[in-house]
Design a protein around this ligand. Structure first.
Ligand SMILES: Nc1ncnc2c1ncn2[C@@H]1O[C@H](COP(=O)(O)OP(=O)(O)OP(=O)(O)O)[C@@H](O)[C@H]1O
Ligand SMILES: [Mg+2]
Length: 484
C-alpha cells in the first residue's frame, strides 16, 4: 500500500520542491495551497501523514491542525515553520502534531521524519492530542521563555506533549539555565493553569522546617508550633508544586515525598489524620541526581518516580545561537524598565556577546544586558556599555581549581599576584614584602568579618585565631573603625 502524504503550503516553490523530493512509488502526494482544500482532502482522502505550514494566509496552520485532528485523530501531522517561536512549537505539539520542523528544511531529516510519521500512523500508535479547546491567550510576558536552537525546540515540543498530563517532571540543568521558568511554562500550558503554582526551594529552608513547610504541622507538634499550619501541598491542592533544588532534600523528607507521589497522601507533622491531595510535582536540580543516588544521598526509588518526564536544560554555551534572541528580549525588557528608548544592540557588541563564556548561563546574560542598559546613553547598546561587565569577566585571578590548589593556596595567590606584580614593584620599590603581606592579612580579616556579619566570635572561629588576635588585627588595620 502506498502511503498518502498531504502537503499544505501557500508557497508554490515549497510545494514544488517537496513534490520533487517525495515523488515516487512510495507516496501518493496530495498537494494543497489553501487550508480549506487541505481539510477537504483530510475528509475525502484520509491521508496518513500531512506536512503543514504554520503561517498561512486565511487560517493559521495551527487552526488547520486542530480541525484536521478533529476529523482524523490518527493523522500524523508535521508542522513546518520559518518563524521559530516557542509558543508555536508548544502549541503544535499540544494540539497533537507528530513533529515540528523548521525551515529551511533539512531534507534528509524531513524524509526521516515523514517515514517515522507513516510508520507511526500505520501502526496506529497515535500521538495523544487534547480535546479541550485552548484557554484564552494569557499575557505571559513575565514568564516568557524563548529559544530557537534545536535543543530548545526539542524542549518546547516536549512541553507541549507532556504539559497536559499530570506526570511528575524532573528538570535538570546548570544554574541559571531557566529551570524555574521551564517549570512555569509547563504549568502555564497545563490544564492546572488556573489552579495554584507554588515554588519551594528545598535548599533555602532548614531540613526540620522543610517538612512542616511542605506538609504542615499540628498545634504542639514542636516547641514553636503554637497553632496548626497548613503546608504547601495542601495549599496548592489541585495545582502544581515546584520543588527546587530537590537534591538537597533530607532522606526523611524524601520518604514522605515519595509517599505523596505514590498515593497522594501524607500526615501533617505531629498529626494522625491522613490528608489526601491532588498535586502535580515538578522538581528541579542543578546537581546530577544520579550522582546523588550513587552517593546514597538520594533515594533511587524517588529518583525514578520523579523522572517520569525528564528535561535537561542545556547550558547556554551549548546553544550560543539563542544568544541574539535572548539579548533582544532582555534589551526590550530593561529598556522599558528604565524608561529608556533602546532599539537594539550594535553588531560589534552582539558579536562580542556571542563569543563570551556565560558560566552563569541565561541569568548572567540577563544581568549583563541589565547593566549595559543602565550605562547606555544612546538608543543602541555599544561595546562601551559592556565595559564594566568585561572588566569583571577578565579578573586578575584566573579560574582556579580549589581542589587542586593544595592547602596553602599557593596557586590561587600566584595567579592573583602575577598580573599586578610588576605594577606593585614599580609603586613600592624595594618594599613590597611588607605591604603585600599586610594587604593580604587585612583583606582576609575584613572578609571574615563581613562573612560573619561583623560578629567577632564567629570571625575568629572562621579564621582559626583567638579573639584577642582578631581584635588586635582589627585595630591595626582599622577595620570597622570608620563605622564606629
Ligand atoms: N529561555 C529563556 N528565555 C528568557 N529568559 C530566560 C530563559 N531562561 C532563563 N531565563 C531567565 O534567566 C534567569 C534564570 O532563570 P531561572 O531562575 O529559571 O534559572 P534556574 O535554572 O532555576 O537557576 P538556578 O539553578 O540558579 O535556580 C531568570 O531571570 C529567567 O527569567
Ligand atoms: Mg531556580
Amino acid at each position: 500500500m502506498t502511503a498518502k502524504l498531504l502537503i499544505l503550503d501557500d508557497d508554490h516553490d515549497i510545494l514544488f520542491m517537496l513534490k520533487s523530493i517525495f515523488a515516487g512509488e512510495e507516496y501518493e502526494l496530495l498537494l494543497e495551497s489553501d487550508s480549506e482544500s487541505a481539510l477537504r482532502r483530510v475528509i475525502a482522502d484520509r491521508p496518513n501523514v500531512a506536512i503543514m505550514d504554520i503561517s498561512l494566509p486565511q487560517k493559521s496552520g495551527l487552526e488547520v491542525l486542530k480541525e484536521a485532528k478533529k476529523i482524523d485523530p490518527g493523522l500524523a501531522v508535521i508542522m513546518a515553520t520559518g518563524y521559530k517561536t516557542t509558543q508555536n512549537a508548544i502549541e503544535a505539539m499540544k494540539y497533537g502534531a507528530f513533529d515540528y520542523v523548521t525551515k529551511p528544511f533539512d531534507m534528509n531529516k524531513l524524509k526521516a521524519t515523514v517515514k517515522k510519521a507513516i510508520d507511526c500512523n500505520l501502526l496506529s500508535r497515535k500521538v495523544r492530542y487534547t480535546k479541550e479547546r485552548p484557554q484564552a491567550e494569557e499575557d505571559l510576558t513575565e514568564d516568557l521563555m524563548i529559544g530557537s536552537s534545536p535543543e530548545m525546540i526539542e524542549i518546547w515540543k516536549m512541553v507541549g506533549t507532556v504539559a497536559d498530563s499530570d506526570a511528575t517532571v524532573l528538570i535538570q540543568g546548570e544554574s541559571g539555565t531557566g529551570k524555574e521558568l521551564l517549570a512555569r511554562a509547563i504549568y502555564n500550558n497545563s490544564r492546572r493553569k488556573n489552579r495554584p503554582f507554588l515554588a519551594v526551594n528545598c535548599a533555602a529552608i532548614p531540613e526540620a522546617l522543610l517538612e512542616s513547610e511542605l506538609f504542615g504541622h499540628e498545634k504542639g507538634a514542636f516547641t514553636d508550633a503554637h497553632s496548626r499550619r497548613i503546608g504547601k501541598f495542601e495549599q496548592c491542592n489541585g495545582g502544581t508544586i515546584f520543588l527546587d533544588e530537590i537534591g538537597e532534600m533530607s532522606m526523611a523528607n524524601q520518604g514522605k515525598l515519595l509517599r505523596v507521589l505514590e498515593n497522594q497522601e501524607f500526615e501533617r507533622v505531629g498529626g494522625n489524620e491522613t490528608i489526601k491531595v491532588d498535586v502535580r510535582v515538578v522538581a528541579a536540580t542543578n546537581r546530577s541526581l544520579l550522582t546523588c543516588v550513587k552517593e546514597k544521598s538520594f533515594r533511587m526509588d524517588l529518583f525514578y518516580r520523579l523522572r517520569v518526564v525528564n528535561f535537561f536544560l542545556p547550558p547556554l554555551r551549548d546553544r550560543a545561537e539563542d544568544i541574539p534572541l535572548l539579548v533582544d528580549l532582555f534589551v526590550k525588557k530593561f529598556s522599558r524598565k528604565y524608561g529608556k528608548n533602546i532599539k537594539g544592540i550594535a553588531p560589534e557588541a552582539m558579536a562580542m556577546l556571542t563569543t563570551c563564556n556565560f558560566d552563569g548561563n541565561i541569568r548572567e546574560l540577563k544581568n549583563v544586558i541589565n547593566s549595559a542598559t543602565v550605562f547606555c546613553r544612546g538608543d543602541i547598546l555599544i561595546p562601551g556599555d559592556f565595559e564594566s561587565f568585561l572588566k569583571a569577566k577578565t579578573p586578575a585571578i584566573k579560574e582556579v581549581d580549589l581542589e587542586a590548589a593544595g592547602d596553602d593556596y599557593y596557586e590561587v595567590f600566584w595567579s592573583m599576584l602575577e598580573p599586578v606584580f610588576d605594577g606593585i614593584c614599580q609603586k613600592n620599590k624595594g618594599a613590597i614584602y611588607e605591604s603585600v603581606n599586610m594587604g593580604l592579612e587585612k583583606a582576609l580579616i575584613h572578609m571574615a568579618m563581613e562573612k560573619s556579619n561583623n560578629n567577632q566570635v564567629f570571625a575568629a572561629k572562621l579564621l582559626g585565631i583567638s579573639r584577642n588576635t582578631l581584635r588586635d588585627r582589627l585595630e591595626r588595620y582599622r577595620i570597622g573603625a570608620a563605622e564606629a
